[in-house]
Design a protein around this ligand. Sequence first.
Ligand SMILES: Cc1cc2nc3c(=O)[nH]c(=O)nc-3n(C[C@H](O)[C@H](O)[C@H](O)COP(=O)(O)OP(=O)(O)OC[C@H]3O[C@@H](n4cnc5c(N)ncnc54)[C@H](O)[C@@H]3O)c2cc1C
Length: 441
Amino acid sequence: MTEKWPMDRPLHVGVIGGGALGLSVAYRLAQAGAAVTILEKESIIGGLAASFPVGGAYLEKFYHHLFRSDRVITELIYELGLGDKLVWKKATTGNLIGGKIRRMDPIRILTSSVLPLSDRLRFFSAMAYLKLMSDYRRFEGITAVEWVEKHMGRQTYEVIWRPLFESKFGEHYRSIAMPWFWSRVYCRSLSLGYLRGGFHQLYVALEQRVRTLGGEIRTGQAVERIEAAPGGRVRVVAEGVATEFDRVVCTLPTRLFMKVTAGLPEDYRTRYDWGDFHGALCVILSLDRKFDDFYWLSINDPGFPFLVVVDHSNFMPVEDYGGQRLMYLGNYLPMTDRRFTMSDQELLDWYLPYLAKINPSFDRSWVKNAWVFKAPYAQPIVTVDYSQHIPPHETPIPGLFLANMFQVYPQDRGQNYSIQMGYRVADLALRARITSEAKVG
Ligand SMILES: Cc1cc2nc3c(=O)[nH]c(=O)nc-3n(C[C@H](O)[C@H](O)[C@H](O)COP(=O)(O)OP(=O)(O)OC[C@H]3O[C@@H](n4cnc5c(N)ncnc54)[C@H](O)[C@@H]3O)c2cc1C
């Protein structure tokens, strides 16, 4: 828990970004008695986990679910009174390999014909080993490709993992850190969680709590500059208007933080303004009938323009969305990829014919509506030396803290980890003030 700030004037903290991280840091700070102001560029809160209205409910622009290990967000959901809406289900997952949908959970793979028996046994035992190994540090310095080839065999790597690594990380796939892959196995559960009616409710509830505690949320405020101000304060310029805060927590991606922050030392920039990121693109279809039985289908076959199909309607009841069947076609892509500048129509013309390769009876007439969402800085490229370049939360500018999903390691970023980091940095911002006061005294 955050500490109460024992001052007559509340600590004024600016929080840049109104996603999961910004909202949770603001919530904990406001609970501790700070006066918080969130500055969010978009007109709505939620960041990468934001939703749009559909069929009388809200759906995430990018598919979202929870794992059993996501304990911090689960506790927050209960704390905000939404626990009765959290549902857990074993979702049907598969991979498209050789034009066929294969169920690939570790038990089913033992009976699948996709690999020789000896490879299936190696796959199973390597997955079991990762599931039991709680310390990721033993995998530091090793690439996922090296480890998988060595412990699961070349064929398993080629058939199952290489296509998935390649479609998620593009040209960087060979250098992805083994600790990242470990976390994908160790931290993930077969049972998936979802907030029935959408995660939108979580962000709305957080927003309301922050406001009730006296916090201010300013949307449509793109921050253009952050700099040190006299008296140990931090100045933030958004839409041409400067505001000075006692403390600032910036939740922007590290690259954007570096762009807008003045006065950072060169050696800090060299070490931490580092690495590559992918953007995310999701096409969401509203279909008038069932496409298939799976919730999650990874595409291993080459040539597809999307890497995953997520059929939300095989996870949550269609009645929640006015009877609409909603299905995502998802991608992570370099931010220079032409798909980010293509029109929605061009994307649909390209993507839809591929659905018939999964279900030959699919016809375009099944699609009753479609939406396209694009976001930059959606996926860090977690290469072997990534951990050496994660900036600390305290920055060279006193009173300015950096907390973003690119500092999540080795786990793949997720709402849970942003919320957890938000709590941690709220504590840090409060303690920093106490320490500096103690010194003055
Ligand atoms: C395709 C996809 C699938 C995902 N699936 C899952 C999942 O299944 N489960 C899960 O838990 N997580 C999932 N995630 C990850 C999850 O969405 C993120 O980890 C989480 O939302 C990150 O929150 P954040 O606040 O750290 O960052 P963000 O959501 O990126 O928040 C940053 C905020 O800063 C704002 N901003 C940017 N520039 C400025 C500026 N100049 N001034 C002011 N504001 C600015 C942005 O608009 C944004 O609101 C997924 C993400 C993607 C892209």
